[in-house]
Structure formats: C-alpha cells, structure tokens
Ligand binder design. Structure first.
Ligand SMILES: *[C@@H]1O[C@H](CO)[C@@H](O)[C@H](O)[C@H]1NC(C)=O
Ligand SMILES: *[C@@H]1O[C@H](CO)[C@@H](O)[C@H](O)[C@H]1NC(C)=O
Ligand SMILES: *[C@@H]1O[C@H](CO)[C@@H](O)[C@H](O)[C@H]1NC(C)=O
Ligand SMILES: *[C@@H]1O[C@H](CO)[C@@H](O)[C@H](O)[C@H]1NC(C)=O
Ligand SMILES: *[C@@H]1O[C@H](CO)[C@@H](O)[C@H](O)[C@H]1NC(C)=O
Ligand SMILES: *[C@@H]1O[C@H](CO)[C@@H](O)[C@H](O)[C@H]1NC(C)=O
Ligand SMILES: *[C@@H]1O[C@H](CO)[C@@H](O)[C@H](O)[C@H]1NC(C)=O
Ligand SMILES: *[C@@H]1O[C@H](CO)[C@@H](O)[C@H](O)[C@H]1NC(C)=O
Length: 906
C-alpha cells in the first residue's frame, strides 16, 4: 500500500500537463466571457504549495509564468485534498481503506497554497469585468495580472462571496492567482466536521466553490431575488411576483436604464410575460431595481408527496442607451409559501402552502473532501424521496446552486443553516467548544455578515428552501442575531428563520426556535420513541420537533464493508465489540466505537457466531431502529403533544462510515434504509411498542376513504395466535390510533411475529397500501430514563430475541425477471422478484441484493421493499429499479432462516 506516486509517475503527469496549460488565449475568440451579462467559472487550475512556488504573488500573477511543474486539475473547484485526488496524487479507494487516511501528511497543508490560471478576455471601452467569489477556505489573497484584487482580510470565510471590479486590471491575456491560507476550524469560518468523521488533512482549505468572471456594460446587476405573494386559495387566485436586483452604475455620469423582466413557465404550456420600466441611476450609485407583475393563474409548487413541481424562469435585463444590453440576472422560482408557528407546547410546526407539514428527513453530509457531483446528489435526492422523507437538513454545508436546483425539480425540502461547535458558535455562553475559541471580533461579525448576505442571495428564490437556522446547538448573540436577520431580510428572504436547532436559549426578539436537540445519537431500543409520557420529559421521544436524533445505526452490508475494512478490521467488528474504530466519529468523540450498540446486539440476539451472522444481526437491529423512529414520529403527528418534525442523524457519511447513515458511502441501501422506508410510507399502519396499539398514518393530502387493516400474530413455529380485520376510514394528513393489541399479545412465550396489512377495500384486488411485519419478544427493553446522557438512554433489561436464532429453516422459492427499461431517471432494466414461502414457519428477514454479471452490487438503485419476513405459505413480489446504466444479472437472497442463494434474472 503506498499513497504517494513515485517521482517517475509525477514527471509523466507534469509533462502531460504542459500541453494543456499553454493554451491560454491572446485570441479574443477564446475569451472566457465575451458578451454583456455572461458569466463563466475559471474552468481549471494549476496548483502549487507556496513552499515551492514562493509567495511573490505580484510576479506569479503575471501572464506567462511557467507552471509546468505545478499540478493541474481540470475542474473549476476543489479543496487541496480534492485537487490532489483529482490530480491522481491520492486515490480515495486506497485512502478510505482501513485507517490509511491517517497517513496523509497534514504538514504540507500548514502553509498557503496557490491556485493559478490564465484566461483570455476582450477588453474594450464600455466593457466592465468582475471577479466573483463564493467563498474560499479559509482566507485568500487574490491577484490578477500583477495587482492585488483582494487581501485575506477581505476574502475571508468559506461562505464569504464577493464581487470585485477588475475592469482596470484586465487585458487580452490574464493571469489569476489565489493564495489560500491554512484553515483552523476553531479560528476560521470554515466547513467543520465536529465529530462526524476524521478531519481531512487540509481542513477543507482552498477554492471549494467556483470563482467566476463576469462581463457587463456600464450597469451591473447583483443576484436576482424573486418575491412571490400568493392568496390563501392558491391556484384559483392571481399571484404577484416582484423581481429585484441590486443595480450598480459603474460610470461617473447618471444613466437612464430600461429594466426588462421576463417570467416564463418551465417545461409546460403556459405564457411568458415580459414587461419593462425605465429608471435613472445616479453616478456611481447602487440602487435596488424592482419590477412587479401579476400572474393570473400561477401553477403551485408542492413538496413531492403533495403534488407537482412547476417551476418558472425569471430574468431581469438592463439596457443602457441605444438599447444595448448591459447585464442580466436570472433565477428559477416556484409559487409556494412556507410559514411556521409554535404550538402551545412551544414546538414548531411548518406549513407549506398553508398545510401543516410534518418534517421527516435526515441530516445531510457532503463528501469529506467537498467533492460535489450533481449526478450523485440527484441519486441521493431520489433515495430521500424513495424513502418517503420530505426534507434534508444542511448544517453549515450549503453546497452549490445545483443542489437547490435539483431539490426544486424533485420536490425535496431543504432546511439550511449554520453549523455548530466551532468558530460559527464562538459565543461566551457556549460551554461545549472543544477548544476555547475567542469570541467574535469586529472583523468576525463582518465575515459572518458577508456570508449571510451571500448565502441568502444564493438560496432566496428556491422553492425547495424550507427555512434557515441561523444557529445550530447555540443561538447567535444579540449582535449577530439581528445582523443575520437583517441580511436575510435585505435579500427578501420569505421562509422561516429560526434562532437555532435546540432549546438551549434564544435571542429575545426572535423567541424560541421550537426545535429540540436532546439526543439520542447512539443506540436506543424501538420503544424509546413511543415512551412519550410524562409529556416533555422524554428527551428525543416522538413529540415536538427533533432537529437531529437517531439510534446511531446504519451499518453497511457485507459487500460494502469489504470495500473499506481490512480482514483484521472485519474480524474486530464481531470479535472485539468494544474496540475503538477508525470508520466512525473522531477519536475524541463518544461515538468512536460500537460499545452501546453492540451491548444491545449481544444481549438481545446472542453473541455472533461469524462475521456474516454479526452483519445480519446488525441489519435486523438497524431496520428495527429506524422503522420505529420514523413510525413513532409519523404516528404521533396528531397526538396530544404532536410530533411536528424529525431529522434523523444522519443521512449518510462523508466517508465510509459504520454508523449514523440511512445508506452507506457506496449508496448501498441496507437495513437502516428499508426500516426508514417502511416507517415513512405515505399511507401506513404502525405498531406502538409502548401502548401496544396500531396507528393508521396518512401523510398524503389527497387520499381518503374506507380502509381495512388485517392484523395477524403467529408464533415462531408459524401457529396463528391472533387474527382480525379492522375497518376504518382515513383522512388526509392525519394519524390516529385504530386498535389495541394488548389482549392479542398477552401471552407471548418467547417471540412472536405481528403482521399488519393496510388495504383499500374499494380498489380492484383490494390494493395493499402497506405491509409491515414485526418481531416482538415477551417484554420490551426497559429504559432507565433518569440516567440518560446527552447521547443515549441506558437499557437496564433487554428484550430477548434469541429464540429467533433457532427458527426452523424455511424453504423459499425465488424467481427474478427483467421488466425492461424504466421511465426517466431509471436507466438500467427494472427487475421483479417473487418470493414464495413454501414452509409452515415464517421466513424471517430475507435480504435481496441485485448484482451484475461480475457479482458486483448494482448501485444506485431503488427497491420498493426489501428485508422481508414472509408468513407461512405467503407469496410476495417486489420490484427494483437501477438508477445507473449497469445491467442487473442476478439477485442474491438470504434470510435469517433462509439459506443463501443467487437467482439469475430471467
Ligand atoms: C476538461 O474538462 C472539460 C469539461 O469536462 C472537457 O471538455 C475538456 O476536454 C477537459 N480538458 C482536458 C485537458 O482534459
Ligand atoms: C484507485 O485505486 C484502486 C485500488 O487500488 C484502483 O482500482 C483504481 O483504479 C484507482 N483509481 C484511480 C482513479 O486511479
Ligand atoms: C486543522 O484544524 C485543526 C483545528 O483547528 C488544527 O489543529 C490543525 O492544525 C489544522 N490543520 C492544518 C493542516 O491547518
Ligand atoms: C397583488 O398586488 C396588488 C396591488 O398591490 C394587491 O392589491 C394584491 O392584494 C396583491 N396580491 C396578493 C396575493 O398579495
Ligand atoms: C446605436 O445603435 C446603432 C445600431 O445598432 C449603431 O449604428 C449606433 O452606432 C449606436 N449608437 C451609439 C451611440 O452607440
Ligand atoms: C413558551 O415560551 C414562552 C417564551 O417564549 C414562555 O413564556 C412560555 O412559558 C413557554 N410555554 C411552554 C408551554 O413552555
Ligand atoms: C452587515 O452588513 C450590512 C450591509 O453592508 C451593514 O449595513 C450592517 O451594518 C452590517 N452589520 C454588522 C453587524 O456588521
Ligand atoms: C389519506 O388521505 C388521503 C387523502 O384524503 C386519502 O385518499 C387516503 O385514503 C388516506 N389514507 C389513509 C390510510 O388514511
């Protein structure tokens, strides 16, 4: 295993670079931008450490400097580690294997690094040029053509986006140098990782977002803001739209401009509207231009589960004398409203288009080297929606404009905000910082202020944005809070702004954010979530709005584990249950091992007998944990103290992780995924482990009528102990308790299975809306609430599932056949799999894994159901759709009491 390349390889690499870097243009047709309003990112970079390149930026930023010995990356943005990976100096397959990440030399990043590129422009009288940054980590000096554009005081913070007028500096050939300074998470406004994962050796330093060049005429526009005003009646009423932008007159004379607005519906029939107005701008002034119109019949944008996602394109163009275009700004927007209210318990409820919106989702993590791929994010967003979630939370990881564009298009809500636990929350009253960080200086407020202005401008128009949390664990102080709120207001922010994600405190003028952050983050049993009484004292249980919480699960399945763990690491997993593990949270965190999780697994399921046995038991544990959490919150939506929202901690890891994930780094969905997916069904029946009752859940806005629920209980030998059909009706957007199973579950000998099947009796073939199987032991786990810690609640007596290790073998026949290519977004062939249990015993926890002809996992993909438990003689058909282009060849099948087989796709 070697991480660096040999000098020979480097030399080859560098000589290849020579060709690609000498193409800079004196030829104006090669200009990076050439028309007014045009904007383009610097498309690629040459990169070098200041120890090698020196730091005479005035010299290095003159055109013609020989950078043949520098690294070259053909990407517009990358952190230093991201660039080194891109350039092939490191290889992530190797870095992520075992603890190889430790071996990356972080000393090399303790000095500034230089990003350099040459590009052509065509400067002439009347043309103006601007350099746009969107945040450089942590600080940067910016030089163009031998002159300083900005110093590291001005260009500070990962979200410090600025526009610099470079008109007087540009020529036909231009050389840009950005010197990025080393980052400390405690002293700089960066993108920190807290305890999520080991920190990248470069602390994320560098040009992580695009740096852009823009050409305009004498009047330049800022980002376009779109303000919508809707009547409560929505589609049947006209809506007002105001387009706003900051117009800057770059000349010393007053100018009369014509501002033209255009609004056109995207992708469906509907009329475009264009209108104009004339404004006079004083010399060298900055003025907000504002254009309002009315849309008679706006198409309303909804979150995915509630409707469609019609989008509109808005454009604002500025013409100066003689009808010459000077600049334009555009944005995509949708007609929807988001509001929030605190209920009598001070818990926040969100409303989308006036409908109470129960937030169900998870906390997003970017790649640890901040490599952002729109294609990958789109697959992730499809997973989130496939799960039945409606929201993801970004904690200080606001990513790039494409993330919001994808979310707008797919109907996924984004709860964005600032991060905890470092410089961003260096308040005198924050007792939780690992290192004493000085409270903010005047300069720090300036950086945070600029960051808020920039992010607000980037997010403002997107219908997917649910709100902004200006604090996470702690609320901003009395100077920062109004500063943030004013910055958002000045950018015409239209969705809720909350002071933090916790109940620790709040600025008086904002009131309580109405979100709770009281754990858990590590394993708790399924009944934890339903244990809500006495009201308000049960930490993360299903009441109120939990901003980040979960049972800590998300164990990758074996095929993924083998990609990043060595044979020794794999053995440790099941033979050393208390061992500290690299592929979890950081060394100093409470989550650096699986002690709490494994204690439960060992006690409830018995000591594992092999790696395979351990991994199977983890999948059962993970499924049970996420299902209960999502079900409990959904079930308690209309309880006395309603569960108004929940963000599972977390969606997925920034690197291959053993915990805190709904799916793993390789996008293989396993136990945690399918438990969460069952628990988040739009129409669903769930079992409350504490009340021993059944809840009917309806998260739709448009499904109602008669429903029937088939309830059956069988013992481990398959004998029916209870059978009943409950008739009821369902109402949109409500949950209710429909029946008690206290007597049905009275005499459990060791373990029983409970199956709930929800169907619509009025539909043809009595369509099954939800099928849900539980395994229940004689007693539930006993929680010791009084000894809860911030990250979990201990269990004093565990459930005993060991009888399930002795289930008689079930004989299940499996067939799999191809359904041909699916609709847009599903590229490979869909496959249907039919499972039939030929035995008189239940077939417990059957996992299905789709593989290609080399027996490699086909990923990403969506299964409509997986990890199935079949009743004696029951037959079930499920479907899987690959999201990529790999053709499926076979399905690997294995269950707790079902022998493993591989079935060819016919
Ligand atoms: C750089 O990337 C662009 C866009 O992906 C591609 O068109 C171009 O060919 C690449 N150039 C080199 C030198 O690899
Ligand atoms: C990274 O390393 C893996 C395993 O050694 C290899 O299969 C893969 O091709 C390498 N990737 C790149 C981009 O070189
Ligand atoms: C990364 O940040 C940590 C915490 O602030 C600091 O101790 C470390 O030196 C930094 N690493 C580099 C390479 O700057
Ligand atoms: C739209 O603007 C008009 C004129 O100001 C106003 O009367 C009307 O109430 C507005 N409509 C909405 C939905 O706010
Ligand atoms: C105005 O536009 C016309 C036609 O494009 C052009 O011939 C003329 O030179 C322009 N005048 C000025 C003052 O720019
Ligand atoms: C809700 O918060 C307010 C302060 O914002 C407080 O006065 C009130 O007592 C709280 N109510 C409950 C039920 O906690
Ligand atoms: C934030 O920036 C705005 C606009 O530049 C300015 O008016 C305001 O005073 C700043 N607030 C702080 C606290 O720096
Ligand atoms: C949920 O509500 C929708 C909309 O009213 C209705 O069509 C559907 O039948 C309901 N489902 C359940 C399970 O209540």
């Amino acid at each position: 295993m070697h991480l660096g390349r040999s000098p020979l390889t480097l030399q080859v690499l560098f000589s290849a670079i020579l060709h690609t870097t000498t193409t800079t243009a004196a030829d104006p047709s090669k200009a990076l931008v050439s028309t007014p309003g045009q904007i383009a990112p610097v498309p690629a970079w040459n990169l070098q450490s200041s120890t090698k390149a020196g730091s005479d930026l005035a010299v290095l930023s003159r055109p013609g400097v020989d950078t043949s010995g520098w690294l070259h990356v053909n990407t517009s943005k990358c952190t230093l580690m991201g660039c080194l990976l891109e350039a092939g100096i490191y290889n992530d397959t190797e870095l992520f294997y075992s603890d190889n990440l430790r071996k990356v030399d972080s000393k090399q990043f303790e000095v500034p690094w230089l990003y350099r590129q040459e590009f052509g422009l065509d400067p002439r009288a009347g043309k103006y040029f601007h350099l746009l940054t969107h945040g450089i980590t942590s600080r940067a000096d910016v030089y163009l053509n031998g002159k300083q554009v900005a110093d590291k005081k001005a260009q500070a913070g990962s979200y410090g986006g600025h526009t610099y007028d470079i008109t007087d500096l540009v020529g036909e050939t231009n050389a840009l140098v950005i010197q990025a300074y080393p980052t400390s998470y405690y002293y700089d406004f960066a993108l920190g990782w807290v305890d999520w994962n080991p920190w990248p050796a470069d602390n994320g330093t560098g040009v992580w977002r695009d740096v852009e060049v823009k050409q305009t005429g004498s009047v330049a526009l800022g980002p376009l803001r779109v303000v919508t005003q809707l009547e409560t009646a929505l589609d049947n009423s006209p809506a007002n739209v105001t387009l706003k932008s900051r117009a800057q007159n770059l000349e010393k004379i007053a100018v009369a401009i014509t501002v033209t607005g255009t609004i056109s519906p995207e992708g469906y029939a509907g009329q475009s509207i264009t209108w104009s107005q004339t404004v006079t701008l004083p010399p060298l002034s900055i003025t907000d231009v504002t254009l309002t119109t009315t849309i008679p019949k706006p198409a309303i944008w909804w979150p995915k589960q509630w409707g469609s996602q019609p989008l509109y394109n808005a454009q604002l163009s500025v013409f100066v004398s003689n009808n010459t275009l000077s600049d334009q700004a555009s944005a995509t927007f949708g007609f929807r409203t988001v509001t929030s209210k605190r209920n009598p318990f001070n818990d926040t409820t969100f409303f989308v288009n006036g409908r109470p919106f129960q937030v169900l989702g998870a906390g997003y993590a970017p790649d640890m080297f901040l490599r952002f791929s729109p294609t990958k994010f789109e697959s992730e967003a499809r997973y989130v929606l496939d799960l039945g979630f409606n929201t993801i939370r970004l904690e200080g990881k606001n990513e790039h404009p494409q993330l919001y564009e994808i979310a707008d298009r797919l109907g996924l809500m984004i709860l964005a905000g600032w991060e905890c636990c470092d410089k961003w929350e260096a308040w005198s009253y924050n007792q939780d910082l690992a290192v004493l960080t000085p409270v903010w200086s005047e300069e720090d407020y300036g950086i945070a202020n600029a960051s808020m202005f920039h992010e607000a401008g980037m997010l403002q128009s997107h219908p997917s944005v649910l709100g902004y949390l200006i604090g996470s664990d702690y609320w901003p102080d009395d100077k920062a809070a109004p500063m943030y709120v004013n910055a958002l207001g000045s950018q015409d922010w239209q969705t809720p702004v909350l002071a933090s994600a916790s109940r620790r405190g709040f600025p008086a003028f904002m009131g309580s954010p109405g979100l709770k952050m009281e754990g858990p983050y590590d394993w708790v049993p399924p009944n934890y979530w339903y244990d809500t009484e006495p009201s308000g004292s049960r930490l993360g249980a299903a009441f109120g709005f939990g901003s980040e919480l979960g049972a800590g699960v998300g164990t990758p399945d074996l095929s993924s584990l083998k990609k990043f763990l060595s044979p020794v690491d794999l053995t440790d997993l099941w033979k050393n249950p208390n061992k500290d593990l690299f592929h979890m949270s950081t060394e100093t965190s409470s989550f650096h091992n699986r002690k709490i999780y494994n204690a439960g697994l060992w006690k409830r399921w018995g000591a594992p007998t092999s790696l395979e046995d351990y991994v199977q038991k983890t999948q059962i544990t993970d499924y049970e944990a996420t299902r209960a959490q999502f079900e409990a919150y959904a079930a308690n939506w209309n309880s006395k103290r309603p569960a108004t929202g929940m963000i599972y901690w977390m969606l997925t890891g920034a690197f291959p992780s053993l915990h805190w994930s709904i799916w793993d780094y390789y996008m293989h969905p396993a136990g945690a995924y399918f438990g969460a997916k069952v628990g988040s069904r739009i129409e669903h029946v769930a079992y409350d482990y504490v009340k021993k009752s059944v809840f009917l859940i309806n998260r739709s806005l448009d499904k109602e009528g008669a429903r029937s629920i088939d309830v059956q209980v069988v013992d481990a030998s398959g004998k029916t102990l209870y059978s009943n059909t409950v008739k009821t009706t369902t109402k949109p957007n409500t949950s209710k308790e429909v029946t008690s199973l206290t007597s049905a579950l009275k005499n459990i000998k060791d373990v029983v299975f409970l199956r709930l099947v929800l169907s619509d009796p009025s539909s043809k073939d009595t369509e099954v809306l939800s099928r849900n199987v539980y395994w229940l032991s004689k007693t539930i786990d006993t929680l010791d609430w009084d000894n809860s810690d911030w990250f979990y609640t201990p269990v004093t007596k565990y459930s005993d599932y060991t009888a399930l290790n002795k289930l008689a073998a079930a004989n299940v026949s499996v067939t799999a056949w191809s359904r041909g290519r699916g609709p847009k977004g599903h590229v490979g062939s869909a496959v249907r799999v039919t499972l039939e249990n030929n035995s008189s015993v239940p077939a417990f926890f059957i996992s299905l894994n789709l593989v290609d002809k080399e027996e490699k996992d086909v990923l990403p993909l969506t299964w409509n159901d997986n990890y199935l438990t079949l009743w004696p003689k029951e037959k079930v058909t499920v479907e899987v759709r690959p999201l990529g282009t790999v053709e499926p060849a076979a399905v690997q099948v294995v269950g707790k009491n079902v022998k493993g087989t591989t079935v060819k796709v016919g």
